[in-house]
Ligand binder design. Structure first.
Ligand code: HSE
Length: 444
């Protein structure tokens, strides 16, 4: 049972106070605690519920005190929050998939509502945690796990809930978007941009989770569970990062009227759902093409609403705290007014099967590196034709020296990825091809 603490308003009206315990006073934890403490009246006025910060679990007491939390509510061990009978909502802001799983489990087992910003945890261990939340009828809210301050989960769950979605495209990683924007705007190579992003604190010392596309993949799996009612095993998702992006392709893409973005893509086709994270060419007039720097964005196409685009800060102390606090208030309202209403958590049965990337159909950008001699383009065109791939444009970059390799850019019409790859295998095996061909998908 959720605890039923009671608070008496000045006017004498009885009202339930919802007591919150925060685990972790790092960047997002401190932003959440500061926001809760500074805005308690505003939150009560808007929600009709008094939300009280009643405990902070943090091993570093000085760090916890720096948030403004009073010493008497600081506990060291997380169990001081998750097993505390006075706490209604446990806010997990520790991150990672180790101890965070134990914290969320312990909270749910004690029938507490949980709010978390932890995309990796929910994406990789969500099945068990959501099952436990269902069993306990305990809300498990995670707005802050995707897109930081952008209320994209709320949009899917509430604002757009009458739609069947026909596509979802997201720029969900600020680090990658910052790096690609620098490459595009300042003509700087990937490695240099990454160093700059690290120096500015946008990228981690080990940037793999971000630049390898895994963080975007975690977020995509959460969004698609809600928008397409489909659970996917994270390990089965197609994930490519930006770490192999070459400045030449960014420049050639621009010459052809495209910008390059790391996209989370979800597209249902028949009974299949294609889910992929990959660097993609977007036409410059696309609604996501102008989303620069560390901003995040989500574009949703619904069969009732048509396109809906949300743009904002995807990470950082206060943008993320904004999402965490809004979840706390939403859950508090639910605990007060309708404690038995089931939340919309990822489905128990999936509506779609995961589509294989080989069956994905889109337009492709192909950069061949070829020896500048007769018959090379004919060979490429022949292999593409044999695979049933239609060419939309060809552009050879003129080589001014006598000998040497040249770049030839082919843009295809819509084609099946497996057919393109079959042609590339034959083409890349030829003596005239001097480097592995670059394949980038074009999304519209
Ligand atoms: N590291 C992420 C980003 C934020 O760069 O957007 C947390 O998911």
């Amino acid at each position: 049972m959720l605890s039923e603490s009671v608070f008496v308003r000045k006017g004498g009206m009885e009202s339930k106070v919802i007591r919150v315990g925060v685990v972790g006073a790092g960047v997002v934890g401190s932003g959440t605690i500061e926001t809760l403490l500074e805005r308690s009246e505003l939150l009560e006025r808007r929600s009709g519920v008094k939300v009280e910060l009643a405990a902070v679990a943090e091993l570093d007491t000085e760090r916890a005190l720096a948030t403004g939390a009073s010493r008497d509510i600081i506990v060291g061990d997380y169990k001081g929050v998750t097993e505390n009978p006075d706490i209604d909502i446990v806010v997990e802001l520790v991150g990672g998939v180790g101890i965070a799983e134990a914290i969320v489990k312990s909270a749910l087992e004690n029938s507490k509502a949980v709010v978390t910003a932890n995309k990796a945890l929910l994406s990789e261990k969500g099945e068990g945690l959501f099952a436990l939340a269902r069993e306990k009828n305990a809300p498990l809210a995670f707005e802050a796990a995707v897109g930081g301050g952008i209320p994209c989960i709320l949009a899917i769950r509430e604002g757009l809930n009458c739609n069947n979605f026909t596509s979802l495209l997201g720029i969900l990683n600020g680090t990658c978007n910052y790096i690609l924007t620098e490459m595009i705007e300042n003509g700087v190579e990937y490695a240099e941009c990454l160093k700059e992003a690290q120096a500015l604190g946008f990228a981690e010392a080990d940037p793999t989770t971000d630049v390898g596309g895994f963080d975007t993949g975690h977020k995509l799996s959460l969004l698609s569970a809600l928008a397409f009612e489909t659970n996917v095993e994270f390990a089965k998702m197609h994930i490519e990062g930006i770490d192999k992006i070459d400045l030449r392709d960014v420049n050639y893409a621009q010459e052809h009227g495209y910008t390059v973005k790391l996209l989370a893509v979800a597209r249902p086709v028949g009974k299949k759902l294609f889910l992929s994270v990959h660097p993609a060419l977007l036409p410059v007039e696309h609604n996501l093409a102008g989303v620069h720097g560390s901003l995040n964005a989500v574009s949703l196409y619904g069969d009732v609403v048509q396109e809906s685009v949300l743009v904002g800060r995807g990470a950082g102390k206060f943008p993320t705290a904004s999402a965490v606090v809004s979840d706390i208030v939403a859950v508090a309202r639910r605990l007060k007014y309708s404690p038995v209403t089931p939340g919309w958590v990822p489905p128990m049965e999936s509506a779609f099967e995961l589509g294989a990337i080989e069956d994905y159909i889109t337009r492709y950008y192909l950069r061949f590196t070829v020896a500048d001699k007769p018959g090379v383009i004919a060979k490429i065109a022949t292999e593409l034709s044999k695979a049933g791939v239609s060419i939309a444009s060809v552009n050879q970059k003129e080589q001014h020296e006598e000998q040497g390799d040249v770049a030839v850019i082919f843009i295809t019409h819509s084609a099946r990825e497996g057919d393109i790859k079959k042609a590339l295998k034959a083409i890349d095996g030829s003596d005239s091809i001097t480097a592995e061909t670059v394949l980038l998908r074009i999304e519209e």
